[in-house]
Every structure is written in structure tokens, then in C-alpha cells.
Write a protein that binds this ligand. Sequence first.
Ligand code: 4NP
Length: 157
Amino acid sequence: MKVLMVCLGNICRSPLAEGILRSKLLKSGIAIDVDSAGVSDYHTGEQPDKRAIEVADEFGVDISSQRARKVQDQDFTEFDLILAMDKAVLEDLQFITQSIDVTSDIELFLNYSGLQDPVDVPDPYYGGHQGFVDVYKLIENACERIMDRWQMMDVGS
Ligand code: 4NP
């Protein structure tokens, strides 16, 4: 099973989701691959945002070796599950997939996790440190629910 986390820039939300979920999977011995990407190429090749790296580090997760990339056509056949951080990203993915082969399930990250409110992971890019802490906690809570879901479905064992 392969999962792709997608946000706009691939420097704030989806790198956190990738790092948090990978760290939890490793601790649980569940064999699921996680990657992340952005629907834009604004930050291709860059490290995650400094604030995202700092906040993840405060919670014991190292995301500093990640590098931003844009989603590519083959992602939609390579990954089993693609999770969008907000509705705008989901709409971009739905637009892209109108004209290419798709085998992935594409869903909203928080909806897939079972959280009803909020629907979107807020974009912390224009805020401060606390915004990143809040987003970290939201993503971590969602990742725990996703892990519970996979353990119930016996995925990755
Ligand atoms: P992300 O946050 O989508 O969570 O990585 C953003 C990063 C960069 C920009 C917007 C959102 N930007 O406009 O450059």
C-alpha cells in the first residue's frame, strides 16, 4: 500500500502529514509507504518551511530531509491512496485527473480520517509558530485515526 499526501506547496502541511504518519507507521511496524507532493511547483526542490521543520522537531519528528515536488501523472497509478489537505487541493487533483489514467483513490485527508470538523487542514503558511503547532496537532490526531482504521482493516500487516 502506498499513500501520497498532497497540499499546495508541499512545504508545510503535506510534509508534516508525511513525517507524522511515517513515524507512527514505523513505531507500529505497519508496512505502508508514505510520500508527499504539492499541486504547485512554487517550492520544487526546497526543504519544508523552517517553521514546519521546527515544530515537527519539537514533537520528535524529523522532516528536514524531505524535498518539495509537484504531483506527476504517474502518481495517480503508483499510489493506492491520495489524500488532499483541503478542498481546493482536491479540486485541483480532480481537474488534473480528468485527462489521465487514474487507479488511486483520491480523498480529503480529514474526511478519510473520520474527523468531521474542520473539513480542511488550514494553511499555516501566512501565520506564525502557533499556527504550525495547531496544524501539527490536527494532522497528528487525524493520522492516529487513520492508523486505527488501517489496523481495523488489517492493512499493511
Ligand atoms: P502548504 O503551504 O500548501 O501547506 O505547503 C503553502 C506553502 C506555500 C504557499 C502556499 C501554501 N505559497 O503560496 O508559496
